[in-house]
Design a protein. Structure first.
Length: 345
Protein backbone atom coordinates (compact mmCIF):
# COMPACT_ATOMS: atom_id res chain seq x y z
CA UNK A 1 0.00 0.00 0.00
CA UNK A 2 1.27 3.45 -0.89
CA UNK A 3 1.38 5.95 1.91
CA UNK A 4 -0.43 9.21 1.15
CA UNK A 5 2.68 11.16 2.20
CA UNK A 6 4.59 9.61 -0.70
CA UNK A 7 2.29 11.11 -3.37
CA UNK A 8 3.84 13.93 -5.42
CA UNK A 9 2.82 17.43 -4.51
CA UNK A 10 -0.45 18.56 -6.10
CA UNK A 11 -0.23 21.18 -8.82
CA UNK A 12 -2.56 24.13 -8.92
CA UNK A 13 -3.71 25.39 -12.31
CA UNK A 14 -5.19 28.73 -11.29
CA UNK A 15 -8.36 29.08 -9.26
CA UNK A 16 -12.00 28.78 -10.20
CA UNK A 17 -14.83 30.63 -8.51
CA UNK A 18 -18.12 28.75 -8.63
CA UNK A 19 -21.44 30.05 -7.36
CA UNK A 20 -24.72 28.17 -7.20
CA UNK A 21 -27.83 30.32 -7.39
CA UNK A 22 -31.50 29.43 -7.14
CA UNK A 23 -34.89 31.08 -6.94
CA UNK A 24 -38.23 29.72 -5.78
CA UNK A 25 -41.37 30.87 -7.57
CA UNK A 26 -44.82 31.30 -6.07
CA UNK A 27 -45.70 27.69 -6.89
CA UNK A 28 -42.72 26.38 -4.92
CA UNK A 29 -40.73 25.38 -8.01
CA UNK A 30 -36.97 25.82 -7.68
CA UNK A 31 -34.84 27.02 -10.60
CA UNK A 32 -31.06 26.57 -10.38
CA UNK A 33 -28.24 28.42 -12.09
CA UNK A 34 -24.49 27.79 -11.94
CA UNK A 35 -21.80 30.43 -12.54
CA UNK A 36 -18.09 29.80 -12.91
CA UNK A 37 -15.06 31.96 -13.75
CA UNK A 38 -11.41 31.09 -14.25
CA UNK A 39 -9.03 33.38 -12.34
CA UNK A 40 -6.06 33.04 -14.69
CA UNK A 41 -7.73 33.50 -18.09
CA UNK A 42 -10.80 35.48 -17.04
CA UNK A 43 -13.09 33.01 -18.84
CA UNK A 44 -16.65 32.94 -17.55
CA UNK A 45 -19.65 30.70 -18.13
CA UNK A 46 -23.23 30.46 -16.90
CA UNK A 47 -25.35 27.27 -17.02
CA UNK A 48 -29.02 26.82 -16.27
CA UNK A 49 -29.40 24.12 -13.63
CA UNK A 50 -27.29 22.79 -10.77
CA UNK A 51 -23.62 21.77 -11.27
CA UNK A 52 -23.18 18.70 -13.45
CA UNK A 53 -21.08 17.10 -16.17
CA UNK A 54 -21.01 20.26 -18.28
CA UNK A 55 -19.34 22.20 -15.49
CA UNK A 56 -16.66 19.52 -15.01
CA UNK A 57 -15.84 19.42 -18.73
CA UNK A 58 -15.64 23.21 -18.86
CA UNK A 59 -13.25 23.32 -15.88
CA UNK A 60 -10.96 20.74 -17.46
CA UNK A 61 -10.91 22.31 -20.92
CA UNK A 62 -10.61 25.93 -19.72
CA UNK A 63 -7.61 25.30 -17.47
CA UNK A 64 -6.13 22.74 -19.93
CA UNK A 65 -5.99 20.15 -17.20
CA UNK A 66 -4.88 16.56 -17.89
CA UNK A 67 -7.80 14.14 -18.20
CA UNK A 68 -7.86 11.37 -15.63
CA UNK A 69 -7.11 8.01 -17.33
CA UNK A 70 -10.27 6.04 -17.83
CA UNK A 71 -12.47 9.00 -17.01
CA UNK A 72 -13.91 9.52 -20.50
CA UNK A 73 -13.92 6.24 -22.46
CA UNK A 74 -17.61 5.80 -21.72
CA UNK A 75 -18.48 9.17 -23.28
CA UNK A 76 -19.65 9.36 -26.85
CA UNK A 77 -17.62 11.64 -29.13
CA UNK A 78 -19.17 15.07 -29.50
CA UNK A 79 -21.51 15.39 -32.44
CA UNK A 80 -20.37 17.77 -35.19
CA UNK A 81 -21.47 21.29 -34.35
CA UNK A 82 -23.51 23.46 -36.72
CA UNK A 83 -22.10 26.86 -37.59
CA UNK A 84 -24.14 29.24 -35.43
CA UNK A 85 -22.35 32.24 -36.94
CA UNK A 86 -24.58 31.68 -40.01
CA UNK A 87 -27.31 33.23 -37.83
CA UNK A 88 -27.31 37.01 -37.94
CA UNK A 89 -26.19 38.44 -34.57
CA UNK A 90 -24.32 35.34 -33.31
CA UNK A 91 -20.56 35.78 -33.36
CA UNK A 92 -17.77 33.32 -32.63
CA UNK A 93 -17.75 34.04 -28.88
CA UNK A 94 -21.51 33.54 -28.50
CA UNK A 95 -21.33 30.36 -30.57
CA UNK A 96 -18.64 28.97 -28.27
CA UNK A 97 -20.78 29.68 -25.21
CA UNK A 98 -23.65 27.79 -26.80
CA UNK A 99 -21.35 24.86 -27.64
CA UNK A 100 -20.06 24.89 -24.06
CA UNK A 101 -23.64 24.52 -22.84
CA UNK A 102 -24.03 21.46 -25.11
CA UNK A 103 -26.20 23.34 -27.61
CA UNK A 104 -24.44 22.21 -30.78
CA UNK A 105 -27.00 21.94 -33.57
CA UNK A 106 -29.63 24.17 -35.16
CA UNK A 107 -32.30 21.77 -33.90
CA UNK A 108 -31.04 22.06 -30.32
CA UNK A 109 -30.88 25.84 -30.54
CA UNK A 110 -34.40 26.05 -31.96
CA UNK A 111 -35.69 23.81 -29.15
CA UNK A 112 -34.00 25.76 -26.33
CA UNK A 113 -36.44 28.03 -24.45
CA UNK A 114 -35.74 31.75 -24.78
CA UNK A 115 -35.56 32.07 -20.98
CA UNK A 116 -32.78 29.46 -20.88
CA UNK A 117 -30.83 31.21 -23.64
CA UNK A 118 -31.29 34.50 -21.80
CA UNK A 119 -29.77 33.08 -18.62
CA UNK A 120 -26.95 31.36 -20.50
CA UNK A 121 -25.90 34.40 -22.51
CA UNK A 122 -26.79 37.13 -19.98
CA UNK A 123 -29.01 38.69 -22.64
CA UNK A 124 -32.51 40.10 -22.39
CA UNK A 125 -35.15 37.70 -23.80
CA UNK A 126 -36.57 40.55 -25.92
CA UNK A 127 -33.28 40.87 -27.80
CA UNK A 128 -33.19 37.16 -28.60
CA UNK A 129 -36.78 37.27 -29.86
CA UNK A 130 -36.20 40.43 -31.90
CA UNK A 131 -33.11 38.97 -33.56
CA UNK A 132 -35.11 35.93 -34.60
CA UNK A 133 -32.52 33.35 -33.53
CA UNK A 134 -35.06 30.58 -32.91
CA UNK A 135 -36.76 31.07 -36.28
CA UNK A 136 -33.43 31.28 -38.13
CA UNK A 137 -32.12 28.14 -36.44
CA UNK A 138 -35.31 26.30 -37.40
CA UNK A 139 -35.00 27.49 -41.01
CA UNK A 140 -31.30 26.57 -41.28
CA UNK A 141 -32.01 23.12 -39.83
CA UNK A 142 -34.68 22.53 -42.46
CA UNK A 143 -32.44 23.78 -45.26
CA UNK A 144 -29.48 21.67 -44.10
CA UNK A 145 -31.72 18.62 -44.02
CA UNK A 146 -32.88 19.28 -47.58
CA UNK A 147 -29.33 19.93 -48.80
CA UNK A 148 -28.03 16.64 -47.38
CA UNK A 149 -30.92 14.55 -48.65
CA UNK A 150 -29.83 12.13 -51.42
CA UNK A 151 -31.54 12.58 -54.78
CA UNK A 152 -34.70 10.57 -55.22
CA UNK A 153 -34.31 7.61 -57.59
CA UNK A 154 -36.31 7.94 -60.76
CA UNK A 155 -39.34 5.72 -60.77
CA UNK A 156 -39.54 3.10 -63.49
CA UNK A 157 -43.05 4.17 -64.41
CA UNK A 158 -43.91 7.72 -63.58
CA UNK A 159 -47.57 8.52 -62.96
CA UNK A 160 -49.47 10.54 -65.50
CA UNK A 161 -49.32 14.25 -64.64
CA UNK A 162 -52.55 15.73 -63.45
CA UNK A 163 -54.08 18.27 -65.84
CA UNK A 164 -53.52 21.83 -64.71
CA UNK A 165 -56.36 24.20 -64.09
CA UNK A 166 -56.27 27.20 -66.36
CA UNK A 167 -56.11 29.49 -63.32
CA UNK A 168 -53.45 27.48 -61.43
CA UNK A 169 -50.54 29.66 -62.54
CA UNK A 170 -50.07 33.36 -61.91
CA UNK A 171 -47.58 35.72 -63.51
CA UNK A 172 -45.61 38.18 -61.41
CA UNK A 173 -43.83 41.23 -62.75
CA UNK A 174 -41.03 43.17 -61.07
CA UNK A 175 -40.28 46.63 -62.44
CA UNK A 176 -36.67 47.75 -61.84
CA UNK A 177 -35.25 51.21 -62.47
CA UNK A 178 -31.87 51.69 -64.13
CA UNK A 179 -30.11 51.26 -60.76
CA UNK A 180 -31.77 47.93 -59.95
CA UNK A 181 -34.29 49.25 -57.41
CA UNK A 182 -37.82 47.79 -57.51
CA UNK A 183 -40.47 50.49 -57.90
CA UNK A 184 -43.48 48.29 -58.74
CA UNK A 185 -44.59 44.67 -58.47
CA UNK A 186 -47.70 43.21 -60.11
CA UNK A 187 -49.56 39.92 -59.90
CA UNK A 188 -51.33 39.43 -63.22
CA UNK A 189 -54.67 37.70 -63.44
CA UNK A 190 -55.72 35.81 -66.55
CA UNK A 191 -57.62 38.77 -67.95
CA UNK A 192 -54.78 41.27 -67.43
CA UNK A 193 -52.21 42.20 -70.05
CA UNK A 194 -48.47 42.21 -69.23
CA UNK A 195 -46.83 45.60 -69.07
CA UNK A 196 -45.33 47.04 -72.23
CA UNK A 197 -41.53 46.86 -72.53
CA UNK A 198 -39.62 49.86 -71.26
CA UNK A 199 -36.50 51.43 -72.69
CA UNK A 200 -33.29 49.75 -71.59
CA UNK A 201 -31.77 52.93 -70.21
CA UNK A 202 -34.84 53.45 -68.00
CA UNK A 203 -34.83 50.01 -66.39
CA UNK A 204 -36.16 46.52 -67.04
CA UNK A 205 -39.03 44.18 -66.17
CA UNK A 206 -38.53 40.69 -64.75
CA UNK A 207 -41.39 38.20 -65.22
CA UNK A 208 -41.94 34.73 -63.84
CA UNK A 209 -44.77 32.27 -63.24
CA UNK A 210 -45.76 30.69 -59.94
CA UNK A 211 -48.22 27.96 -59.11
CA UNK A 212 -49.78 29.05 -55.83
CA UNK A 213 -52.22 27.11 -53.71
CA UNK A 214 -55.71 26.32 -54.92
CA UNK A 215 -57.10 28.85 -52.49
CA UNK A 216 -54.93 31.57 -53.98
CA UNK A 217 -56.06 30.58 -57.48
CA UNK A 218 -59.66 31.06 -56.39
CA UNK A 219 -58.81 34.41 -54.78
CA UNK A 220 -57.31 35.82 -57.99
CA UNK A 221 -60.75 36.83 -59.23
CA UNK A 222 -61.53 38.74 -56.04
CA UNK A 223 -58.57 41.11 -55.95
CA UNK A 224 -55.88 41.91 -53.41
CA UNK A 225 -56.82 42.70 -49.80
CA UNK A 226 -55.44 46.24 -49.63
CA UNK A 227 -55.42 46.33 -45.83
CA UNK A 228 -52.54 43.80 -45.66
CA UNK A 229 -49.07 44.72 -46.91
CA UNK A 230 -45.84 42.71 -47.01
CA UNK A 231 -42.65 44.49 -45.99
CA UNK A 232 -39.19 43.04 -46.64
CA UNK A 233 -35.73 44.10 -45.55
CA UNK A 234 -33.23 44.64 -48.35
CA UNK A 235 -31.92 41.31 -49.63
CA UNK A 236 -28.42 40.33 -48.48
CA UNK A 237 -26.30 37.56 -50.02
CA UNK A 238 -23.55 35.53 -48.37
CA UNK A 239 -21.44 32.81 -49.96
CA UNK A 240 -21.42 29.56 -48.01
CA UNK A 241 -18.40 27.30 -47.81
CA UNK A 242 -18.52 23.58 -47.18
CA UNK A 243 -22.30 23.23 -47.20
CA UNK A 244 -23.18 19.63 -46.32
CA UNK A 245 -24.17 17.38 -49.20
CA UNK A 246 -23.25 19.83 -51.98
CA UNK A 247 -19.99 20.19 -53.88
CA UNK A 248 -21.21 23.20 -55.88
CA UNK A 249 -20.84 26.72 -54.42
CA UNK A 250 -23.95 27.93 -52.64
CA UNK A 251 -25.31 31.27 -51.50
CA UNK A 252 -27.56 32.23 -48.61
CA UNK A 253 -30.13 34.98 -49.16
CA UNK A 254 -31.24 36.79 -46.02
CA UNK A 255 -34.10 39.15 -45.31
CA UNK A 256 -36.92 39.68 -42.80
CA UNK A 257 -40.61 39.47 -43.68
CA UNK A 258 -43.21 41.59 -41.85
CA UNK A 259 -46.91 42.26 -42.30
CA UNK A 260 -48.41 45.70 -41.90
CA UNK A 261 -51.74 47.31 -42.53
CA UNK A 262 -55.12 47.38 -40.86
CA UNK A 263 -55.77 43.63 -41.15
CA UNK A 264 -52.24 42.41 -40.34
CA UNK A 265 -52.80 41.61 -36.65
CA UNK A 266 -55.88 39.49 -37.31
CA UNK A 267 -54.19 37.73 -40.20
CA UNK A 268 -51.13 36.90 -38.07
CA UNK A 269 -53.42 35.40 -35.45
CA UNK A 270 -54.39 32.78 -38.07
CA UNK A 271 -50.72 31.87 -38.75
CA UNK A 272 -50.84 32.42 -42.52
CA UNK A 273 -48.56 30.50 -44.86
CA UNK A 274 -46.24 32.27 -47.25
CA UNK A 275 -44.17 31.49 -50.33
CA UNK A 276 -40.76 33.06 -51.02
CA UNK A 277 -38.83 33.06 -54.30
CA UNK A 278 -35.21 33.96 -55.05
CA UNK A 279 -34.91 35.42 -58.54
CA UNK A 280 -31.98 36.28 -60.79
CA UNK A 281 -32.61 38.60 -63.74
CA UNK A 282 -29.80 38.12 -66.28
CA UNK A 283 -28.79 41.60 -67.37
CA UNK A 284 -27.40 40.55 -70.76
CA UNK A 285 -30.24 38.34 -72.02
CA UNK A 286 -33.23 39.65 -70.04
CA UNK A 287 -34.07 36.13 -68.84
CA UNK A 288 -35.52 35.68 -65.34
CA UNK A 289 -34.44 32.57 -63.44
CA UNK A 290 -36.09 31.28 -60.29
CA UNK A 291 -33.21 29.90 -58.24
CA UNK A 292 -35.08 28.70 -55.15
CA UNK A 293 -38.54 28.71 -53.59
CA UNK A 294 -39.50 27.98 -49.97
CA UNK A 295 -42.71 27.87 -47.97
CA UNK A 296 -43.23 28.77 -44.34
CA UNK A 297 -45.72 29.94 -41.76
CA UNK A 298 -45.88 33.25 -39.92
CA UNK A 299 -46.11 33.17 -36.14
CA UNK A 300 -48.14 35.83 -34.27
CA UNK A 301 -45.73 35.91 -31.32
CA UNK A 302 -42.75 37.32 -33.24
CA UNK A 303 -44.52 39.69 -35.69
CA UNK A 304 -41.75 39.01 -38.23
CA UNK A 305 -40.17 36.08 -40.02
CA UNK A 306 -36.40 35.94 -40.68
CA UNK A 307 -35.76 34.42 -44.11
CA UNK A 308 -32.57 32.41 -44.71
CA UNK A 309 -32.78 30.78 -48.15
CA UNK A 310 -29.91 28.66 -49.46
CA UNK A 311 -29.57 28.15 -53.21
CA UNK A 312 -27.01 27.06 -55.77
CA UNK A 313 -24.81 29.63 -57.48
CA UNK A 314 -26.29 30.48 -60.92
CA UNK A 315 -24.43 29.93 -64.16
CA UNK A 316 -21.82 32.34 -65.48
CA UNK A 317 -23.31 35.77 -66.09
CA UNK A 318 -24.36 39.11 -64.57
CA UNK A 319 -27.56 39.13 -62.55
CA UNK A 320 -29.84 41.46 -60.66
CA UNK A 321 -30.97 39.53 -57.57
CA UNK A 322 -34.41 39.90 -55.99
CA UNK A 323 -36.71 38.32 -53.42
CA UNK A 324 -40.48 37.96 -53.89
CA UNK A 325 -42.89 36.81 -51.19
CA UNK A 326 -46.62 36.20 -51.30
CA UNK A 327 -49.18 34.99 -48.82
CA UNK A 328 -50.41 31.56 -49.84
CA UNK A 329 -54.04 32.33 -49.03
CA UNK A 330 -54.13 35.88 -50.38
CA UNK A 331 -52.74 37.84 -53.29
CA UNK A 332 -50.66 40.25 -51.19
CA UNK A 333 -47.17 40.60 -52.68
CA UNK A 334 -43.85 41.83 -51.36
CA UNK A 335 -40.55 42.30 -53.19
CA UNK A 336 -37.04 43.34 -52.20
CA UNK A 337 -34.12 44.14 -54.42
CA UNK A 338 -30.71 42.62 -53.82
CA UNK A 339 -27.17 43.22 -55.03
CA UNK A 340 -25.99 42.66 -58.56
CA UNK A 341 -24.12 39.40 -58.82
CA UNK A 342 -21.34 38.56 -61.27
CA UNK A 343 -20.52 34.87 -61.68
CA UNK A 344 -17.19 34.33 -63.43
CA UNK A 345 -16.08 31.19 -65.28
Amino acid sequence: MTNSDERPAARERAAFHISIEYITDSAGQVEWQTRADHEESGAQMVWPGAPGEQLLHWLVSTAELPVEPGAQPSEQPAAPADDFTQILGIGAATAQRLYGADIRTYDQLAATPVAELSALLNMLPERIIKRGWIARARALSKLASLASRPPMPKAEAEPEPRPRRASAAAQIELHFDENGAIFEQRLLRETETPSAPIRREEGYIARFFVEPSTLLSEQLAHGTPGEVLIELDELELEELHGTAGSAAPQLCARSVLRLSGFGAAQLLHNRPSYLAFILAYELETGETKMLQSVAGQLEPETHEEPLDIIFAMPEVGRYQMALVTMLADYTALGAATGPRLRVNP
